[in-house]
Design a protein around this ligand. Structure first.
Ligand code: PLP
Length: 399
């Protein structure tokens, strides 16, 4: 039977203590025990259904984590205070000092900075590769390699990772494959394709409201338990826990994600075709000339389309600023970083979300200074949006 993330979420039966259709918010940092023995067992992880302390587990966080696990088809999940907390906790849980990581050279700028600058202090080395070049991935493997890291659809170049092949390479060499699925929830289920751990910034499409920052780590039960182990767990000991009020609000938004992804994809596909016809250089994985088009078709769930992200290249950073200011002014959307919002957001990647990537590496990965990344919103009348965009491009002499 076809894997259906939205049915998995629909089938969740999570009630509050009074039969509330939305599970209650557990507004407690600690939990009492009627018997001291049960507390001891809970510390040892032996008491089913008992909660100890909210940095470890909170019932509201557990509901959201269970929903994320259902969506990804993983046995377990844990939610974090940000996407970066999910990424860094997963990486630090898997890697020890002296280990080596192979990462896609195009990733979110914060992830790049963490891997390029930060892990050095733990004596962890990272090789950055073109993730579409599976031979380069194989060649980069060393005796101390522990992990291959990539994004399903990379930020901001929208390359598509061949997750089944990367999983095969990883597992042939005893490595873990960790995949950031932030751009492609519902559309792609990396764990079903062989990824060992799937990380998310819930800040983006999953929550969709731009009212908070959050993240999730999805994986098998042993891995999730190891993250929250009271003696050795990265998440338990560094403490990037999500506030239960936020879990509760994100969980409600998760129930509309399938509809939102369809509309984001529909609108982005519409704009990408029209903008390409105007003669603009458009990158959108749903266009047949995108080099990841066939790959995405192999691994995606067609019910949710090719996603809500597209880029155009207007040549220079100055031109990008000019047209973005005009688009903001004319109501196309907001000049802002981030993505997955109901309004269209756009930013000049090289000067914003990828500004952590040094200019020479931006060039090496093919990130042009005039690249504008769009997270296309949920506009009902996308033709109207397109017309406004066309006027903006004409007025700034881009076309
Ligand atoms: C692909 C991707 N992963 C992770 C993150 C980090 O998420 P957060 O801002 O929630 O920490 C971002 C943020 O832009 C992102 O685009």
């Amino acid at each position: 039977m076809k894997f259906n993330p939205s049915s998995n979420i629909q089938d969740l039966a999570q009630f509050g203590e009074f039969g509330d259709v939305n599970p209650s918010v557990t507004d407690s940092a600690t939990y009492t025990f009627m018997q001291a023995k049960t507390m001891l067992e809970t510390f040892k992880g032996e008491a089913e259904g008992c909660f100890l302390y909210s940095r470890h587990w909170n019932p509201s966080n557990k509901y959201l984590a269970d929903a994320m696990a259902a969506m990804e088809g993983t046995p377990a999940a844990w939610v974090t205070a940000s996407g970066m907390a999910a990424i860094t906790s997963a990486i630090m849980q898997i890697c020890n000092s002296g280990d080596h990581i192979i990462s896609s050279i195009t990733t979110y700028g914060g992830t790049f900075a963490f891997l390029h600058n930060y892990v050095k202090k733990f004596n962890i080395e990272v090789s950055f590769v073109d993730i579409n070049d599976t031979n380069a991935v194989k060649v980069a493997i060393r005796p101390n390699t522990r992990m291959i890291y990539t994004e399903t659809m990379t930020n901001p170049l929208l390359q598509i990772s061949d997750i089944p092949t990367l999983a095969e390479i990883a597992h042939d060499h005893g490595l873990k494959l960790v995949v950031d699925n932030t751009f492609t929830p519902m559309m792609v289920a990396p764990a079903r394709l062989g990824a060992d751990v799937v990380v998310y910034s819930l800040t983006k499409f999953v929550n969709g409201k731009n009212d908070c920052v959050a993240g999730a780590i999805c994986g098998d039960l042993d891995f999730i338990n190891s993250l929250i182990d009271v003696n050795h767990g990265t998440a338990m000991l560094l403490g990037p826990v999500l506030d239960p009020y936020r879990s509760t609000s994100i969980l409600k938004n998760l129930h509309t994600l399938h509809i939102r992804m369809q509309q984001h994809s529909r609108n982005a596909a519409y704009l990408s075709e029209k903008l390409q016809k105007l003669g603009l250089r458009v990158i959108y994985p749903g266009l047949k000339n995108h080099n990841g088009y066939e790959m995405l078709k192999k691994i995606y769930n067609p019910d949710f389309g090719f996603g809500g992200m597209l880029t155009i290249d207007v040549g220079t950073a100055e031109k990008a600023s000019e047209v973005m200011e005009l688009m903001e002014n004319k109501g196309v959307g907001y000049l802002a970083v981030s993505l997955g919002y109901f309004k269209t957001l756009f930013s000049n990647s090289g000067k914003s979300t990828s500004s952590e990537v040094p200019e020479e590496i931006q060039k090496e990965m093919g990130l042009s200074e005039g690249l504008i990344r769009f997270s296309v919103g949920l506009d009902h009348d996308i033709e109207r949006t397109y017309q406004t965009m066309e006027k903006c491009f004409k007025e700034t002499h881009i076309i």
